[in-house]
Design a protein around this ligand. Structure first.
Ligand SMILES: Nc1ncnc2c1ncn2[C@@H]1O[C@H](COP(=O)(O)OP(=O)(O)OP(=O)(O)O)[C@@H](O)[C@H]1O
Length: 607
């Protein structure tokens, strides 16, 4: 606590310095600002967003502010960049379903040596290069149905103004000094490295390229001053870093001793000039992290740190890859502490999409092309596969075979086919009209309880960011629906007529109600598919848009509601002949043939 008070006094004294205009009012506000930080570090800032109020008509006070990394525009986006953004979009959509006001921030990080080099390689100016690559991100996000609220580019004037203000604030707090630095630099990480973390030939373990020896007269940020405060903060708020196993890593870095880091570059022109020293530019990370705050600044406002901070900060969740955990869980909190700004509530470092065991990345050039995937398979398939099949937090590999098998099995068969055959039976036997309310149809069945339990499970997983398990729970609703259909065989009961036929009509209502619930519960992951399901159930686009998580409660479908003409909501993806001929085991082919035969037989029986 002593350390905290010292910072407060130090900073307050700076604010009384007559060199700084508007010192008195600013001083009072600043103190408030700072007091916030202190109460925050006692725990308030770290309260779990999972406890936020449900959609209930009353607007909760704090928005749910969620960020992806601001992607470095040294090259166009790849599947790794898309992965974080898809996950963030699913979380944002889930929070909106809960009724939270969400501010989903993404954007591009556009300064630094790598960008200048990439632009020169392509024969364009850095700003032309940034315009093109930044637009490529926006286009991909559109194709992947990413519904972000703010897209910040670090070359925007409002960002530059806020970075300069922040820098001056940290400087005034006595946390910036000038010194010589000599070390090994990874241009791809834009970071000086500790020799002991490097591979043979002084290679960066992420980019596998040798680091270069550099000596510069730079400005430094006094990170070491925040060692104790960071240690205490993490001890008091262990949920700050997620998944929990990454907390140990972060605590290990801090324990091993924090060294001040250089926050300016004398050799890089493409950057924000250091206030009061135009010969240097601000280090790209010190600049880019501030994008999470400058994104909150409204274009109509005069850009200021205070206004931006008061428009939604602190962030509820920074979603990042584990490669940039140190920047987000060590450097960034210390920078914020220095400037007297509250800390984000949570930093989640997910794993890597890998290719042959190596992180897929722009610098290594071993990337998977997301545009091609979306073009070939559609955004729902891409979103579903990566969120379902890569445990969020761990690494995961991609194979086209697995992609096709999973998406076909889950989305086309388990979900799509169940809906389609149920609607087919309803059309044939009930003129596509529900005979009774779903609440009445489910009376006395255990199926409704199963569905309600699975919905609760899915919600818990979404809240804990266990996105794969959330998908699994929703898929289990459909699995339960398929089992229910097979057990009750409504197609044969319709043939019996009388009471059996009435019971069969109720069974269809039950299955369709489960489909309605799936359409809401899976909509954070596969929004288009879920809309098509909703549409098949006779709802309008507006009704789908207004659906809330609370609508997953059993009983939404009412007797008399007319369903749409049945049509497949998710077309099966055909395996390329080459892949099948290229070695699918004979046994697998036989199993597939048997399944096909069984499905045909069932279709005949249902008809
Ligand atoms: N292979 C990957 N798996 C998962 N996420 C990734 C992957 N690659 C990039 N990302 C996401 O992008 C962020 C890094 O963004 P950046 O723009 O630096 O991309 P990059 O491809 O990692 O670049 P580089 O290869 O030059 O380091 C990661 O923190 C993560 O959010």
């Amino acid at each position: 606590m002593a350390a905290r008070i010292n910072y407060s006094i130090q900073n307050s004294l700076w604010l009384l310095n007559p060199l700084h205009s508007k010192a008195t009012t600013h001083f009072r506000n600043r103190l408030k600002f700072r007091q916030n930080l202190f109460s925050l570090s006692k725990g308030a800032v770290f309260c779990s967003y999972a406890t936020n109020t449900d959609k209930s008509g009353t607007e909760p006070a704090d928005p749910f502010v969620l960020t992806t990394p601001l992607y470095y525009v040294n090259a166009p986006p790849h599947m790794g960049s898309a992965y974080t953004t898809i996950a963030a979009d699913a979380i944002a959509r889930f929070q909106r379903l809960l009724g939270k006001k969400v501010i989903f921030i993404t954007g591009t990080d556009e300064h630094g040596e790598k960008i200048a080099a990439a632009a020169a390689d392509g024969g364009s100016s850095p700003s032309e290069h940034c315009d093109v690559v930044s637009q490529a991100y926006k286009t991909l996000w559109k194709d992947l149905d990413i519904a972000y609220d703010k897209f910040i580019r670090t070359t925007e004037p409002k960002h530059e103004a806020i970075v300069k203000e922040f820098y001056s604030s940290v400087l005034a707090n006595g946390d910036i000094y000038k010194a010589d630095y000599e070390g090994l630099y990874c241009v791809n990480c834009e970071e000086y490295k500790d020799e002991k973390e490097l591979l043979e030939n002084q290679c960066c373990p992420i980019h596998l390229k040798p680091c270069v020896a550099r000596k510069e007269d730079n400005y430094f940020f006094a990170l070491s001053k925040y060692q104790k405060l960071l240690e205490d903060t993490l001890t008091e708020n262990p949920d700050f870093v997620q998944p929990s196993f990454r907390l140990n890593e972060v605590q290990g870095w801090i324990k091993s001793g924090l060294r001040d880091f250089s926050i300016s570059r004398a050799s890089v022109d493409w950057g924000i000039p250091v206030p009061n020293d135009n010969k240097q530019t601000i280090y790209v990370w010190f600049d880019a992290l501030l994008g999470y705050i400058s994104a909150l600044s409204e274009d109509r406002d005069q850009p200021s740190l205070r206004t931006a901070v008061s428009s939604g900060w602190p962030a509820s969740l920074h979603l990042i890859g584990k490669d940039i955990l140190r920047f987000h869980a060590v450097y960034w909190p210390a920078m914020l502490m220095s400037a007297g700004i509250g800390l984000p509530k949570k930093v989640f470092g997910h794993g890597f999409l890998t290719k042959d065991g190596m992180k897929m990345g722009k610098s290594l050039g071993n990337t998977l092309e997301p545009n091609e995937l979306v073009h070939n398979f559609g955004s729902d398939a891409v979103r579903y596969f990566f969120l379902k099949e890569v445990e969020f937090g761990n690494d995961g590999d991609y194979s086209e075979d697995r992609f096709i098998k999973i998406v076909n099995a889950h989305l086309a068969n388990t979900i799509g086919n169940l809906l389609n055959r149920t609607l087919g039976l309803l059309k044939k036997n009930c003129q596509s009209t529900l005979v009774v309310d779903s609440a009445v149809a489910a009376e006395g069945t255990a199926f409704k309880d199963t569905v309600e339990k699975l919905v609760q499970t899915a919600r818990g997983h979404y809240e804990n960011l266990s996105l794969s398990s959330a998908c699994e729970a929703v898929l289990d609703i459909s699995n339960a629906g398929n089992s229910y259909m097979d057990e009750h065989a409504p197609w044969s009961r319709f043939k019996q007529g009388g009471a059996a036929s009435e019971a069969a009509a109720k069974d269809l209502v039950i299955i369709l109600e489960a489909m309605r619930i799936i359409a809401i519960a899976l909509s954070p992951v596969t929004p288009n598919l879920c809309w098509r399901i909703y549409e098949q159930l006779g709802y309008s686009n507006e009704q789908f848009g207004n659906a809330a998580w609370s609508d997953t409660k059993w009983g939404g479908l009412k007797g008399g509601q007319v369903m749409a003409q049945p049509k497949p909501v998710f077309g099966r993806i055909e395996l390329k002949t080459g892949t099948e001929d290229g070695g699918e085991p004979a046994a697998a082919k036989q199993v597939a043939k048997k399944k096909e035969k069984k499905a045909k037989a069932q279709a005949v029986a249902e008809a």
